[in-house]
Design a protein around this ligand. Structure first.
Ligand code: ATP
Ligand code: MG
Length: 422
């Protein structure tokens, strides 16, 4: 057996304490923001039956064809998959527990997703999403609200340079007509199709428009437009979304080639894109999926949602110079001597009761060594308890960023520390 240290799975990152502070801060902002729109949290398992994703996302998609971590449960032979996205699980949970029985639901979740992609900046095999789903809503108002909502988050985060692209995929009949025209068009240009496109020509020609292959771009550019097939109702829905966005002063670009990588979308689709993350520029994407609930066995109901990639969002913020808020304690408590050691534990608890962040020195050693630790902890002050202080029911309070130390009665200690902090 090898003796070298075990490494993490490729493309699956540790988020170390120095960076985790930024995650914690973001998660707090995110929860406030979601609450302010009345969305409620839902938590689903990371593992689902493979069939769920095949049915929900579509068999002929990048995710289902080549990105899923699927395996057979060796104990009972079940086919399982680590979730590659959250919408399918969220809808499954809502149906399984009858959440849509008599009310629509605004739901959100956050957590890791798994896709077997080539790892690179902004693209990992375990990554994190915040997902937002409005289940049971038909009108353009909710599509627009979700976009307005994103814009608010960007403002809250101080994010600049994210541009909104929108499109409509219309309804089933229009897509069918468009599909036939696309097949005819691509068949005429068979020799120019790459292997992926050849394979999808009949199974899912719309996906060809989503191709990232530069050699295919000109061909894709000239393809028949879905916009030309849209029914009046879908067009009116799209117009209404646009007028709400204008009312909220949200700039957008209509991108007729925006089709999204998952099959379940219809009507409104949108992406928030930046040019600052290279090819991994989409930080948030979503749209309407009126067919999905019925497709996975529920009573058909309209729905709309989006998901954002947390790694990409935080990478943008870091590029803007945002750093983890410092996680330093208020107090480092040094102690030495038999009585002092016992008292220190009680004092630390009392200071925490008062609302302070306290690191109690553990592991003994000289005061000199303990004070070194106090300095490098980043604490605002050290509290020092020796047996002399213990005998006097007091502690020495030493500011670590300048200022004289003083002997403070234990009863006044918390208050004195708060004075130092402010
Ligand atoms: P892309 O075109 O970049 O592969 P996608 O269309 O597959 O994205 P979605 O399924 O819409 O992505 O997921 C929503 C968001 O999740 C993306 O916009 C992105 O910010 C993030 N995301 C998707 N895949 C990854 C990944 N492998 N690593 C990091 N973030 C990701
Ligand atoms: Mg992808």
């Amino acid at each position: 057996m090898s003796n070298s240290p075990v490494q993490a799975v490729r493309g699956m990152n540790d988020i170390l304490p120095d960076e985790a502070g930024l995650w914690l801060w973001f998660e707090e902002v995110m929860r406030d923001w979601l609450g302010s729109y009345g969305y409620r949290n839902i938590r689903m398992p990371l593992l689902e039956p493979t069939a769920l994703f095949k049915r929900a996302i579509g068999e002929v998609t990048d995710i289902v064809e080549k990105e899923m971590y699927s395996f057979e449960d060796s104990l009972n032979g079940d086919q399982l998959t680590l979730r590659p996205e959250g919408t399918a699980s969220c809808v499954r949970a809502a149906l399984q527990h009858n959440l849509l029985y008599n009310a629509p639901q605004r739901l959100w979740y956050a957590g890791p997703m798994f896709r077997h992609e080539r790892p690179q900046k902004g693209r990992y095999r375990q990554f994190h999403q915040v997902g937002v789903e409005a289940l049971g809503f038909a009108g353009p108002d909710i599509d627009a609200e979700q976009i307005v909502m994103c814009a608010r988050l960007w403002r809250k985060l101080g994010l600049r340079d994210v541009a909104l692209q929108i499109n409509t995929l219309g309804d089933a009949a229009a897509r069918q007509r468009h599909r036939e025209k696309l097949i005819a068009y691509f068949e005429q240009h068979r020799e120019a199709l790459d292997a992926d496109a050849q394979r999808r020509l009949h199974s899912n020609p719309l996906r060809i428009l989503d191709s990232k292959n530069p050699a295919m771009q000109a061909l894709v550019e000239g393809a028949p437009k879905l916009m030309d097939e849209l029914e009046a109702e879908a067009l009116a829905h799209f117009d209404a979304v646009q007028s709400i966005l204008r009312r909220h002063d949200i700039a957008f670009k209509i991108n007729p080639r925006l089709v999204r990588g998952l099959d379940y979308y219809n009507r409104t689709v949108f992406e928030w894109v930046t040019t600052r993350l290279g090819a991994q520029g989409t930080i948030c994407a979503g749209g309407r999926f009126d067919g999905l609930i019925g497709q996975i066995g529920g009573k058909p109901a309209p729905a709309c949602g989006f998901a954002m990639g947390i790694e990409r969002l935080l990478a943008l913020l870091q590029e803007d110079g945002m750093q983890s808020p410092p996680a330093a304690p208020d107090v480092y408590l040094a102690h030495q001597g038999e009585t002092a050691d016992v008292l220190a534990g009680t004092v630390a608890e009392a200071l925490r009761d008062a609302g302070l962040k306290v690191v109690l020195h553990c592991g003994g050693g000289s005061f000199k060594a303990q004070m070194k630790k106090a300095d490098s902890s980043g604490a605002a002050c050290a509290v020092i308890i020796g047996d002399d202080e213990a005998a006097a029911s007091a502690a020495t309070l030493k500011p670590l960023r300048g200022g004289a130390q003083q002997l403070v009665a234990l009863a006044d200690l918390a208050q004195q520390i708060f004075c130092l902090k402010n």
